[in-house]
Design a protein around this ligand. Structure first.
Ligand code: S3P
Length: 167
């Protein structure tokens, strides 16, 4: 069974767009864990956070991740918090190669501001919260197998090419 390619990194890094493009180019199945969680729950992520809380969401996220990894040979885009849980990192390491889409704060902010769907950024200072999460999480993201930089100036095609060159 070929290994999964698992994209990790902050919200707004482009995991979903790059993952879909990778899957298209490689002719492999594509899974976006956030979309799978929403589909299974028949609720949006903000609704899940509001009704059941973050811990409930994280439990569903780990379940969905295990399920899609088991299918093998896939491209998997994860939510920004997935890699932060050790059990998820271990599961990904067992079943695939992890690729950190490393993106600067300016680019992330530009993208997430356009789509205000992230419950963790529903704070009085969303930009400050984003920068704090980036600072806290970057050392953990850095333990991924591979790191590909993805800034605002890069097209989806360019970043996808860099991922393909790195694996
Ligand atoms: C989260 C990122 C989101 C989603 C949830 C929590 C996070 O996914 O899973 O809002 O903890 O960073 P994206 O990275 O696809 O935005």
């Amino acid at each position: 069974m070929r290994r999964n390619i698992v994209l990790i990194g902050m919200m707004g890094a482009g995991k979903t767009a790059i993952g879909a493009e990778l899957a298209r180019r490689l002719g492999r199945p594509f899974w976006d864990t956030d979309s799978e969680i929403e589909r299974a729950a028949a609720m949006t992520i903000p609704e899940i956070f509001a009704r059941d809380g973050e811990d409930f969401f994280r439990a569903r996220e780990s379940e969905v991740l295990s399920r899609v990894l088991a299918s093998g040979s896939s491209i998997v885009s994860t939510g920004g918090g997935s890699w932060i849980r050790e059990q998820n990192r271990q599961r990904i390491a067992q079943h695939g190669v992890s690729v950190w889409l490393d993106c600067d704060a300016e680019t992330l902010w530009h993208r997430v501001r356009a789509r205000p769907t992230r419950p963790l950024l529903q704070t009085v200072d969303p930009r400050g919260t984003l920068e704090r999460l980036l600072a806290e999480r970057s050392p953990i993201y850095a333990s991924a197998d591979l790191r590909v930089t993805a800034t605002r100036a890069d097209s989806i095609e360019d970043t996808t090419n860099r991922v393909l060159d790195s694996i």
